[in-house]
Design a protein around this ligand. Structure first.
Ligand code: PEP
Ligand code: MG
Length: 592
């Protein structure tokens, strides 16, 4: 994995997920713990080991109290009290006594003793029927992780929202909720061991415009706090101790990027019209109302996907109807008359919300997520749909359901919508009765029954991130099989085509809001397959417009015809890339 050059420079290779280059000091979060080393101590070492354990308990206690103090200040007593359970674990005499006894009697190191004891406690708690006790297993896991970090000298309690100096974050994994907290001023870039282009962490990085590399496998182990690195988000490299020559080369790359951005600026306010006069709508994907400014300056003609689950992350209680209404109204008003597609809550998979108390699942991506969850939680669905309906009078809002896998789900979701409309009507609350409704096509089953779905919606949006993962049975988070995650796989090409054809029969328009939509090498293919709209992270839109304005629809249709008959994903990718590169070579200048 690590390539060592004789200059002292070292290159770690991963998957580029967010463009840009940055350099600076590394800050490592949470090193992965594969196994806890067992060390046998001499009699003389035991008092020091016991002291080390006591110190770790004291420091963890201080740390928990500090978090609690901050929460009390910012969010009030109810939020802060959740840490009382953590403090209780830290004072549990039977647990502490057992660890001490193990260190003394078996003469083992504190990490090992502590791990042995807590593992047993956690396993026992996780098995009990009583839900309250089962939740204590989570508290125990949390606190024992903190204590273990103290013992191992790993500082996980970095406040990501307030870093003291600029740095490049390196982590084994960074959850979408942690990514959302990143201090944009001081996080120059970030890199993770796991993940792929379509993990939500990568998606967040693109909308935050933070250069990022994922799938580095073991960077968090190889690197140390304070290492000086260069992160190349264009090509997916981390260069450790870059030489002057490397810094010079990257300086040139950055200059190319700056001049490309200048060139793209002219395109921002133009429409994406091909040379043979076919218009494609270009929209933005957003995660929060705060992204409005980025949408305005991106050249977007609307929002094709508002991932509302980010409103639900990093908090104890889900947002109520009023809070959601304010967020949706703000976006609708700011962007009208342009359309804003609000996707109903798509939690699950890698977006887990502690506030909704969803238990861990064996296969979270195949589990209780998105529309499946909402249809079983009327109160959550009601608050969201009513909030969207109320906000619909302030602009041009549309509703979109995620993860539809069967017709019944769509029928049920629409029935709820009709019911909530009736409620509002009775209450005399105004809303747009003709609000358009769409279904995400992100399961193979939805693509295959597109003809039935098309009769009940006004638009489709291809969620290719999930469509690829489910069709090819390739976990979108898993870097080990990232090579199998092929957007140009013939099965994907055919499902997109089938979706477009089903849509046409009912005059339903088709958008693509998965990451394929923002990938310029795939634009010719998507155009040729007949989609009407591409929706991607705001920073990617100018180059999409630039490219489309240089393409001929007829060439892309020829490419699609070839792709529909072709048996090889690699060949389809090569043809689509070649066409993009031929008409817009300057978009490819930042590839090394
Ligand atoms: C998709 O699956 O392509 C999509 C846009 O939804 P998400 O990435 O949020 O799962
Ligand atoms: Mg999806």
């Amino acid at each position: 994995m690590a390539e060592r050059l004789n200059t002292g420079e070292r290159i770690l290779r991963g998957i580029p997920v967010s463009a840009g280059v940055c350099r600076g000091k590394v800050l490592i979060l949470d090193k992965p713990r594969h196994s806890i080393e067992k060390r046998i101590l001499s009699e003389a070492d035991i008092p020091a080991e016991l002291n080390r354990f006591q110190q770790a308990l004291v420091k963890t206690r201080e740390q928990v109290q500090e978090v609690q103090r901050q929460l009390l200040q910012n969010l009030g007593a109810s939020h802060a009290s959740i840490f009382d359970a953590h403090l209780m674990v830290l004072e549990d005499p039977s647990l502490i006594d057992e660890v001490v006894r193990l260190i003394q009697e078996e003469k083992v190191n504190a990490e090992y003793a502590f791990h042995q004891v807590t593992d047993r406690y956690i396993a026992a708690l996780a098995k009990v029927e009583d839900e309250y006790l089962r939740e204590r297993a989570t508290d125990m896991r949390d606190v024992s992780g903190r204590i273990m970090n103290q013992l191992l000298g790993v500082h996980e309690q970095v406040n990501l929202a307030q870093l003291s100096e600029p740095c490049i974050i390196i982590a084994h994994d960074l959850t979408p909720s942690k990514t959302a907290q990143l201090d944009r001023k001081n996080v120059l870039g970030f890199a993770t061991d796991i993940g792929s282009r379509t993990s939500h962490t990568a998606i967040m990085a693109r909308s935050l415009r933070i250069p990022a590399v994922v799938g580095l496998k073991n960077a968090s182990e190889l690197l140390t706090d304070g290492d000086y690195v260069l992160l190349d988000g264009f090509n997916g490299n981390i260069v450790v101790n870059p030489t002057d020559q490397t810094l010079f080369e990257y300086g040139q790359l950055v200059r190319k990027q700056v001049s490309l951005e200048e060139k793209l600026r002219d395109t921002l306010n133009q429409h994406a019209v091909t040379l043979d006069n076919h218009r494609i709508f270009i929209s933005a994907n957003i995660e929060q109302a705060g992204d409005i400014e980025a949408v305005r300056t991106s050249g977007a003609e609307g929002v094709g996907l508002f991932r509302t689950e980010y409103l639900f992350l990093n908090r104890e209680q889900p947002p109520n109807e009023e809070e959601q209404y304010q967020a949706y109204r703000q976006v609708a008003e700011a962007l009208k008359p342009n359309p804003v597609v609000i996707r109903t809550l798509d939690l699950g998979g890698d977006k887990l919300l502690s506030s909704l108390g969803i238990p861990p699942e064996m296969n979270p991506f195949l589990g209780w997520r998105a529309i499946r969850y909402c249809l079983q939680h009327e109160e959550i669905f009601r608050a969201q749909l009513r909030a969207i309906l109320r906000a619909s009078v302030s602009g041009n809002l549309k509703i979109m359901y995620p993860m539809i896998s069967g017709l019944d789900e769509l029928i049920q979701a629409n029935a709820f919508l009709t019911q909530f409309k009736a409620e509002l009507r009775k209450e005399g609350v105004p809303f747009d009765d003709k609000i358009e409704v769409g279904a995400m096509i992100e399961t193979p089953s939805a693509a295959i029954i597109g003809d039935a779905l098309a009769k009940r919606v006004q638009f489709f949006s291809l969620g290719t991130n999930d469509l690829i993962q489910y069709t090819l049975a390739v976990d979108r988070m898993n870097e080990k099989i990232a090579h199998l995650y092929e957007p140009t796989h013939p099965a994907i090409v055919r499902l997109i085509k089938q979706t477009v054809e089903s849509a046409r029969t009912q005059k339903v328009w088709v958008s693509v809001c998965g990451e394929m939509a923002g990938d310029i090498v795939l634009t010719p293919l998507l155009l040729g397959l007949g989609v009407d709209e591409l929706s991607a992270a705001p920073p990617l839109l100018a180059q999409l417009k630039y490219l489309i304005r240089r393409l001929k629809l007829s060439d892309t249709q020829e490419l699609a015809k070839f792709a529909l008959e072709c048996e090889s994903a690699t060949e389809i990718l090569a043809r689509s890339t070649a066409l993009a590169q031929r008409v817009a070579p300057s978009l490819f200048d930042t590839k090394k």
